[in-house]
Design a protein around this ligand. Structure first.
Ligand code: 5AD
Ligand code: SF4
Length: 528
């Protein structure tokens, strides 16, 4: 199946292809190399040809797994309406950016992309106010023109052809119509809850409207349907809960994705069955706080019951879920994992800080000790559970002692992977007004120390796995002959050798022969 597609090895920004886990974006966003190389192994879907007639779209995705999956929904909606997807903006009638605003750098990226599309004769736009685009403006004004960097993109807009340029996702939701002020060549701004309306919004533009928006946040229209265009032939993503009610003091998500809305359990299960019938063997249940799932139907299935029921669907061999919030993480979830080998032995449980004082300032709703109780539940499980986390360094007021408590938490928990970020002040968030900001340089220092410490922990942990045999779902083929890659149930990347001609999508047994901090190297020893 699709054996001629090689995995994309960069998860930072995606055009047509895929990158699978949140992590790479997070780590590269933090300006450090990824620790969790569990991030990818995706396959590009075949592109549909851009014909001379019919509407075409180009879709580029920034940010997390939720955004990746949202893009699958957007593509599905447009394909179902007869649009064709193309792999570059040049051939597209509609250019869409699905954006991320979790940290400032991520949000800036889209404005710098939009700067690339600025028409040469545009006098209207305000400064896009990002480092990249400011630089481009200067270059532009003194005559050394942007073509130097982006010739094709400049031609795209200047060639006219009535292209529609749209901003989707979190930046769209956050900035709203302000985007039209900053980049007047944008004509469509649409948040994640309104993607089903996209064809209608585009039709309005084609009918002569200059600007359209879809900015509701509290609809449940974000849940996918049979038309979601899935990029990965084996792993299917499924949003089971949208939005977030947790209100962490640093986070924009409650503003950009709105309040929590859960999808009815029967509808989720029906879709899982359909996916299994269509040949997907792995499902990943998604939500900003996936384990806060609250079944809106009469049955009121708990998250752990939903997990168990999904795990029992015939044809499903792996069930993953992300991201869990510590407050709603209980013994019942660990028991579901223990009882169902199909549920992967991996839990992503963001802690953010090892200091109770900082956790309080972050409004995380738990102390260090309470978090450690959740970790203890997993450590006591009958089968080993791989634990990963997110951490923020340099939160306002974080003292050296607080930071040391974060480091000691690393030692205590022994995470399998950590996604670490420098604190980034975000619009509208309570922490924006907090005193005692940490200088950027100091944040960078703390981040580097944290990453070094964690890298060593991972190296030691992975080395202990050498000699063990793992079941691997093969999802990547290297350009080098006989080299493959895939993920273990614990979500580790396994690179391995095998002379087999075709393995993509297969479950195989691989013996680890050496270890790196972010991946294992192995040899195939049989089929699973
Ligand atoms: N600054 C830095 N990191 C952040 N995250 C969320 N908001 C911010 C912010 N303002 C991180 C958290 C979260 C992950 C998705 O992104 O660690 O778990
Ligand atoms: Fe943001 Fe906190 Fe909600 Fe996670 S739980 S999405 S960090 S507000």
């Amino acid at each position: 199946m699709a054996s001629d597609w090689l995995p994309q090895r960069c998860g930072k920004v995606r055009g047509m292809g895929k990158s699978f886990d949140i992590g790479l974006e997070r780590l590269t966003g933090a300006g450090v190399p990824p620790l969790g190389e569990t991030q990818e192994g995706g396959l590009k879907p075949p592109l549909q040809d851009a014909g001379a007639t019919g509407s075409t779209f180009y879709l580029e995705t920034f940010g997390c797994q939720m955004n990746d999956h949202d893009s699958e929904k957007v593509a599905g909606v447009l394909l179902a309406r007869g649009y064709r997807q193309v792999d570059g903006p040049e051939a597209a009638k509609v250019i869409l950016y699905n954006t991320c605003s979790i940290r400032e750098k991520a949000a800036q990226k889209v404005f710098s992309r939009l700067g690339e599309l600025r028409p040469a004769d545009d006098q209207e736009g305000k400064s896009l106010n990002t480092e990249d685009t400011e630089k481009e403006h200067r270059v532009h004004r003194d005559g050394r023109v942007m073509e130097k960097n982006h010739p094709s993109l400049r031609k795209i807009v200047n060639a006219g052809g009535g292209k529609i340029i749209g901003v989707l996702g979190c930046v769209a939701q956050q900035e709203g119509e302000e985007i039209f002020e900053r980049a007047p060549w944008v004509s469509l701004v649409c948040g994640s809850a309104s993607y089903r309306k996209l064809p209608q919004l585009i039709a309005e533009l084609e009918a002569g409207n200059r600007r359209v928006t879809g900015l509701d946040t509290d609809t449940d229209e974000t849940f996918e349907t049979e038309i979601t265009r899935r990029d990965n032939p084996w792993r299917a993503y499924l949003t089971i809960i949208e939005g977030c009610d947790k209100a962490c003091s640093y986070c924009v998500v409650p503003f950009t994705r709105g309040p929590e809305r859960s999808r009815a359990s029967a509808s989720i299960l029906e879709e899982v069955r359909r996916l299994a019938e269509a040949g997907y063997s792995e499902v990943q249940l998604l939500g900003q706080t996936v384990n806060s799932y609250a079944d809106p139907s009469a049955g009121k299935m708990r998250f752990s019951e939903l997990l168990a029921t999904v795990a029992e669907v015939r044809g499903i061999r792996r069930v993953r879920f992300t991201t869990s919030h510590p407050r709603d993480f209980g013994k019942d979830i660990v028991e579901a994992i223990e009882a169902h080998p199909t549920i992967c032995d991996h839990v992503h449980l963001p802690v953010q800080s090892g200091s109770t004082a900082v956790l309080r300032a972050m409004a995380r709703t738990y102390s260090r000790e309470e978090y450690l109780e959740k970790i203890a539940l997993m450590k006591a499980a009958r089968r080993p559970i791989s634990i990963t986390t997110d951490m923020i360094v340099g939160f306002p007021g974080e003292t050296e002692k607080d930071f040391e408590e974060t480091l000691s938490l690393l030692d205590e928990v022994q995470y399998d992977s950590v996604f670490a970020f420098k604190y980034s002040p975000r619009p509208n968030t309570p922490s924006l007004k907090m005193p005692d900001a940490i200088p950027e340089e100091e944040k960078g220092r703390r981040l580097a120390i944290l990453m070094d410490r964690q890298r060593e922990i991972q190296r030691v942990r992975n080395e202990k796995l050498v000699g063990e045999t793992f079941e691997v779902l093969v999802d990547g083929k290297s350009r080098r002959e006989n080299q493959w890659s895939g993920h273990t149930s614990s979500n580790r990347v396994m690179n391995f050798a095998s002379p087999e001609r075709e393995l993509l999508g297969d479950y195989v047994q691989v013996k680890a022969v050496s270890a790196m901090p972010n991946s294992l190297v192995g040899e195939m020893v049989g089929r699973a």
